[in-house]
Design a protein around this ligand. Structure first.
Ligand code: 3HC
Length: 712
């Protein structure tokens, strides 16, 4: 029996060598594990006692792919020689051409390099509902162990392109239908069946399939090339294009040639800024659930199975949808039959949206809807584990709801508010349940947006936070734990993003140029088109709130009010900065320039009344550096646990381009001395909106990076 920390090999009396990957929690492949795997294969191939090999993973999981710390190390040292030689050295030379067949015994998941190892085996046996996929593009790279070649040869070009481009997994059942999996068995039978299958191949009773040599699934060359051509039109980002190029190489020049090209491009892409940014997002996303003093003190999350949602408006019905779709029973409380029926209809419409997008079928929709119970009576809330209040932003209404629920619910029930503005201390003031009160701030539409701010007060108990973190994970959302303040972490950090574009417009910068610069940077919408779509009422209410909270650094522009006075309501009435006609794309309406000029006259911020002259780069910086500046204040005040939580907030809450790694990671790549010096000079020229925070100033003077800060 060979054994190192992460790989073990046991040779059975049946002549099967069982190689097991063991590296909790996901059996990721470290450099030493890959070396040891290669050595075990060599030993098994050379041993007269071994006829065949079974490759498996410990603890009910096959393998989550290359250990991400290997990639982190490459980024840190800028040295690709720190990557393993697994594609040719292990998969081609030992597994495929090593003269002894191996069978993958897959349980739980086989992802990235994990699935690539499995595809290098002669057959794959899996347990039901295992997840299979090559999600490397999500990390800014392409598969690097032959996945771009073997997957199309096992499932066909079209399905392989779909799986690779989406980074989505398929189940082992789908894998079986497609030809990726040879048999599905129970977990008890897995190793026995895999061993027999391996011996059957060794003794000629089952075919020995070398997936790199297979051609039947690829179909006619022209068809495959056509699939790639149309994918290229959809996916223009460089690493997506590289992936398609590599698949094409294999189709034109053969699998081995494709593997060589894949190896070369994988190594180039690992060092790209996109890979660095996306890897940071992956790790930062997992770091959000680690809250010092809360998640590290041995508390076990208690399951929240039944939840009451009070208020069935846009947010309440979205929240109810998000819960029932995750199999959580919901009691939806409204104040009248009319409102309740409207709320239930809205949940149905949300679910119908999932059906239209192919995520649910009618049967599943029916079953999901059966988890929803509408009520007008607080009595129905007496056995729920949590209440989420989602009524209008009205302090006394919220306070009285909290009073009412305290009387009805159990003494363990968690009381949450979906408020985006009101202090939780104020909302819970009239109760004696302060330790069970917190904010669960979801973003609209709540059933679709992934981010959740868990807002704790000084009194919220760690157990409640732990329970709610687990609960948000069940909803498949990304939680960040924040403290109470106006706008919490997300809207607070990004309030300058509401005001900055208006300031630039008042300085005479063309609004359509601003939108172009921002969308070219990677935001889905420019700030002015966003105002049009979200509605001027929401915009004005948001600005008012932040002007009141942070008058020292807010810029108040009359522009949107002037738009309203000129009969413009944005998308709502088809007339905003853009015109909106059904069936056609929004078009810039240059006649708004007159309104912008009127606004400029009123604010008179442009020096000498003349438009300022700026480059596109300066526009980008003048819009996003104030966001970085405010985020520094959020960090300094301890609103977030760590700077990277703001990265996650920016990516999931504001759709900041993920390949940048989020706003703080992006700022680190630019450098804080530069950001500080720019803000300082704009502060002198254009006022307090740009005034650098002391936190930024101090860090910049010391040359510190900010993206890595963790507050303990
Ligand atoms: C050469 C190859 O082509 C290149 C590659 O293989 S690149 C890697 C490709 N693999 C992936 O992208 C898979 C990434 N992992 C995942 O999608 C998910 O973690 C998973 C589905 C495996 C498990 O999900 P889940 O059970 O929800 O647990 P999750 O919280 O995500 O991860 C658990 C822990 O495993 C770690 N982890 C997950 N995948 C890892 C990996 N490939 N390497 C190292 N650590 C990993 C996470 O960072 C997390 O660590 P933490 O507990 O310290 O926070």
């Amino acid at each position: 029996m060979a054994n190192n920390a992460s790989i073990s090999m046991e040779i059975g009396n049946d002549g099967v060598a069982l190689i097991t990957m063991l590296n909790p929690p996901v059996n990721a492949l470290t450099l030493s594990a890959l070396e040891e795997l290669k050595r075990c294969y060599e030993e098994a191939i050379d041993s007269d006692n071994v006829k065949a090999i079974v490759l498996s993973g410990a603890d009910g999981r096959f393998c989550g792919g290359l250990d991400i710390s290997v990639v982190e190390n490459v980024h840190k040292h800028g040295d690709i020689s720190l990557l393993p030689d697994a594609s040719i050295g292990l998969v081609v030379n030992k597994m495929e051409n090593g003269k002894k067949p191996s069978v993958a015994a897959i349980q739980g998941f086989a992802l990235g390099g994990g699935l690539e190892l499995a595809m290098g085996c002669s057959a794959r046996i899996a347990t039901a509902k295992s997840d299979l996929g090559l999600p490397e593009l999500r990390l800014g790279v392409i598969p690097g162990c032959g996945g771009t070649q073997r997957l199309p040869r096992l499932v066909g070009t079209s399905k392989a392109v779909e799986m690779l481009m989406s980074s989505k997994t398929i189940t082992s059942e789908e894998g079986k239908e497609l030809g990726l999996i040879d048999a599905i068995v129970s977990s008890e039978e897995l190793l026995t069946v895999a061993r027999c299958w391996a011996l059957d191949i060794a003794e000629g009773r089952q075919p020995n399939c070398n997936s790199l040599q297979k051609t039947d699934k690829l179909g006619p060359k022209d068809e495959s090339l056509e699939i790639l051509k149309s994918a290229r039109q959809r996916y223009t980002v460089p690493h997506y294009k590289a992936c398609l190029d590599v698949i094409e190489e294999g189709i034109i020049s053969g699998g081995y040639s494709g593997v060589l090209k894949e190896d070369k491009l994988f190594k180039e892409l690992v060092l790209s800024n996109t890979a660095k940014g996306l890897l940071h997002v992956f790790l930062a996303e997992r770091a959000t659930t680690k809250v010092p003093g809360v998640t590290d003190i041995g508390l076990k999350p208690q399951r929240i199975e039944k939840v009451a949602v009070v208020g069935g408006g846009l947010m309440g019905s979205g929240i109810a949808t998000a819960l029932i779709i995750s199999n959580i029973s919901v009691v939806l409380k409204e104040i009248s039959h009319e409102y309740l029926s409207k709320a239930v209809k809205s949940v149905e419409a949300n679910l119908q949206g999932f059906v239209t997008r192919g995520k649910l079928n009618q049967d599943m929709m029916k079953r999901t809807l059966s988890l929803l119970k509408g009520t007008l009576d607080y009595e129905e809330l007496k056995d729920v584990d949590m209440v989420i209040e989602a009524v209008n932003e009205n302090v006394s209404l919220k306070q009285s709801i909290f009073e009412d629920i305290e009387k009805i619910c159990t003494s363990e029930c968690i009381f949450a508010s979906n408020t985006s503005t009101i202090s939780l201390d104020v909302i819970g003031k009239r109760t004696s349940s302060q330790d069970r009160i917190l904010g669960i701030h979801l973003f609209s539409p709540a059933h679709l947006m992934p981010l959740v701010e868990i807002v704790r007060t000084e009194n919220t108990s760690p157990q409640v936070i732990v329970d709610v973190i687990k609960f948000t994970k069940i909803l498949k959302k990304v939680p960040i734990v924040v403290k109470n303040c106006t706008g919490f972490a997300v809207n607070r950090s990004f309030f300058p993003y509401m005001q900055g574009p208006d300031l630039l417009a008042n300085l005479g910068v063309d609004i359509f140029r601003i939108d172009r610069v921002i969308t070219e940077f990677g935001m889905r919408l420019g700030p002015f088109q966003l105002q049009d779509l979200s509605g001027y009422g929401i915009y004005l209410a948001g600005v008012k709130e932040f002007v009141a909270a942070f008058p020292d650094r807010s810029f108040q522009s009359p522009l949107v009010q002037l738009m309203v006075e000129n009969g413009r309501e944005g998308k709502k009435n088809g007339k905003g900065y853009y015109t909106y006609n059904k069936g056609s794309k929004p078009e810039a309406d240059h006649s708004v320039i007159q309104i912008v000029e009127e606004s400029m006259r009123l604010t008179n911020v442009a020096p000498g009344g003349k438009p300022i002259s700026v480059t596109d780069e300066e526009i980008l910086e003048m819009i996003f550096f104030p966001v970085v500046n405010e985020a520094c204040r959020v960090i300094e005040e301890g609103i977030v646990v760590r700077a990277s939580d703001i990265d996650i907030a920016s990516v999931h809450g504001f759709k900041f381009p993920p390949e940048t790694g989020g706003i703080m990671f992006w700022a680190d790549t630019i450098g804080y001395e530069y950001i500080y010096s720019k803000l300082k000079s704009w502060h002198e020229s254009y006022g307090d909106f740009f005034k650098p925070s002391t936190f930024l100033e101090q860090r910049a003077c010391k040359g510190f990076a900010l993206g890595r800060i963790v507050l303990t």
